[in-house]
Design a binder for this molecule. Structure first.
Ligand SMILES: Cc1cc2nc3c(=O)[nH]c(=O)nc-3n(C[C@H](O)[C@H](O)[C@H](O)COP(=O)(O)O)c2cc1C
Length: 173
């Protein structure tokens, strides 16, 4: 599939069957995250692959809204970044998340980005702090988000080129 077709096909999918993601597909998704470029090639990102149902349930409560789907996911990839290694941890983590999201689509794996940074749980705990405590992470780690992954053969309709707002492009020639 051409990259543009994968970009059109990519949708946030929040409902999953209880099938497992084949390990070769999950490995490709992780390879995509590890291949993502980083500022000054500092590579601050690490990826925690969570399949344990109890931990998935806890991660599903990492935000007051917008994280519930993780409870039924086959797997969640928590993207953490060592902020001592790079002050560009937000950008580096976001690119890794986007690469993994696209690879998931290309592998027919359903995915949804769950924002952690700047969000809080229903009892007003900072979402990043909640996840750090849950996963016993050092203070230096920052968490842009979690990629929720599962299998779902019914995808929302693909995006189309007609949706593109070319008005957002300014040209200085
Ligand atoms: C930075 C970012 C944060 C997001 N956070 C969440 C989230 O916490 N929960 C959620 O259900 N979807 C989240 N999404 C998914 C967006 O809501 C979704 O991409 C957007 O509505 C467009 O829909 P589409 O992905 O199907 O094209 C996030 C997406 C991005 C890029």
């Amino acid at each position: 599939m051409e990259l543009l077709d994968i970009m059109l096909k990519r949708r946030s999918i929040r409902k999953y069957t209880h099938e497992n993601i084949p390990s070769e597909k999950l490995n490709k998704i992780l390879q995509a995250g590890l291949l993502a470029p980083t500022s000054r090639n500092r590579k601050p990102c690490e990826f925690i692959v969570v399949k344990d149902k109890k931990v998935l349930k806890k991660l599903s409560q990492s935000k007051s809204a917008g994280s519930a789907m993780i409870e039924d996911a086959d797997c969640a990839i928590v993207t953490i970044a060592d902020s001592d290694k790079a002050d560009t941890w937000i950008e580096d983590s976001s690119i890794a998340m986007a690469y993994m999201d696209l690879m998931a689509t290309s592998e027919n794996v359903a995915s949804c980005w769950v924002q952690s940074h700047l969000r809080s749980t229903s009892d007003n705990t900072d979402s990043e702090e909640y996840i750090k405590e849950l996963l016993d992470l050092d203070k230096k780690y920052r968490i842009v988000g979690i990629l929720s992954l599962g299998i779902n053969d019914t995808r929302p309709p693909a995006h189309t080129l007609d949706e593109i707002d070319y008005g957002k492009i300014q040209r200085i020639e």
